[in-house]
Write a protein that binds this ligand. Structure first.
Ligand SMILES: Nc1ncnc2c1ncn2[C@@H]1O[C@H](COP(=O)(O)OP(=O)(O)OP(=O)(O)O)[C@@H](O)[C@H]1O
Ligand SMILES: [Mg+2]
Length: 244
């Protein structure tokens, strides 16, 4: 797959993105624009794996796409990501500060990357988006739910995902997948009850928004999960497989 780097290590813009796509308005009907797809779930559940696989599927069928991630995805967002996840002085960061930094990264990403891409007729795939904040800062860190929702809404405006896949795996599976050498971030250093709270909060979100959010059994083989996701997308968004 031919991918061009833009703003950080996981933002890929295929060459086709800048071809002959006519400008379109974000508010046009979802049937006539490409979908905004997000992947959610606990650490190590397989989000980035499935994001890459979906990108490969889109590449195969010739659909222009943008892959991005949160926090990050823009120069401003990538600096915020480093501060949130790895900065040596972040140990004393309050939950409120953490919430505002996530929202700052998100509002930049929406305006600088996601909306312009959707308006150009590009399909957008995001590795985490605002559901992560609802779950981590709202449910797990127990910040005021209403404030979290209002800040999410302020950050994204009308840029709400068309479909969200929550990859669900138990703590043991996630832990075993995280054995490979990796740069453990602050969330991964939380106790196991935190993992369970996050998992349950995601399952709760699926129950509350079944039209947008699809729960995926992430414990299966990666190929099986990929097929499941692709089938769901093709039935929900026929323009992914037709030429119009
Ligand atoms: N379905 C699967 N079966 C077995 N292993 C998998 C599967 N999906 C992903 N993995 C492996 O598990 C590890 C974590 O996967 P991945 O990085 O995709 O998770 P993630 O949800 O993006 O994690 P993080 O939240 O930390 O970014 C990787 O080594 C990946 O190869
Ligand atoms: Mg990942």
């Amino acid at each position: 797959m031919q991918l061009r780097w833009a703003h950080g290590p996981q933002v890929y813009v295929p060459a086709a993105t800048y071809s002959t796509i006519a400008p379109a308005c974000f508010t046009i009907d979802i049937m006539s624009r490409m979908p905004f797809i997000t992947f959610e779930g606990s650490e190590g559940c397989g989000k980035s794996t499935q994001v890459k696989r979906l990108a490969a599927c889109l590449e195969r069928v010739g659909i222009p796409f943008l892959v991005t991630r949160e926090p990050g995805g823009t120069p401003v967002g990538e600096s915020i990501r480093e501060l949130l996840q790895f900065a040596p002085h972040n140990a004393g960061m309050t939950s409120e500060t953490e919430l505002l930094l996530f929202e700052a990264s998100r509002s930049q990403l929406v305006r600088e990357m996601i909306k312009p891409a959707l308006e150009r007729g590009v399909c957008v795939i995001a590795d985490r988006f605002f559901d992560s904040t609802t779950v981590y800062q709202g449910a797990a860190r127990r910040l005021d739910r209403e404030i979290v929702e209002r800040l999410n809404a302020f950050a994204v405006g009308d840029c709400v995902p068309d479909i969200t896949f929550v990859l669900d795996v138990d703590a043991e599976t996630a832990r075993s997948r995280m054995q490979q050498p990796r740069r453990a971030d602050r969330m991964e250093q939380q106790p196991s009850e935190f993992y369970e709270q996050v998992r349950e909060a995601y399952r709760d979100l699926v129950r509350h928004e079944p039209d947008r959010i699809t729960l995926i059994d992430g414990s299966r083989e990666a190929d099986e999960i990929e097929n499941d996701i692709w089938k769901t997308l093709c039935s929900r968004f026929p323009n992914l497989t037709t030429d119009d």
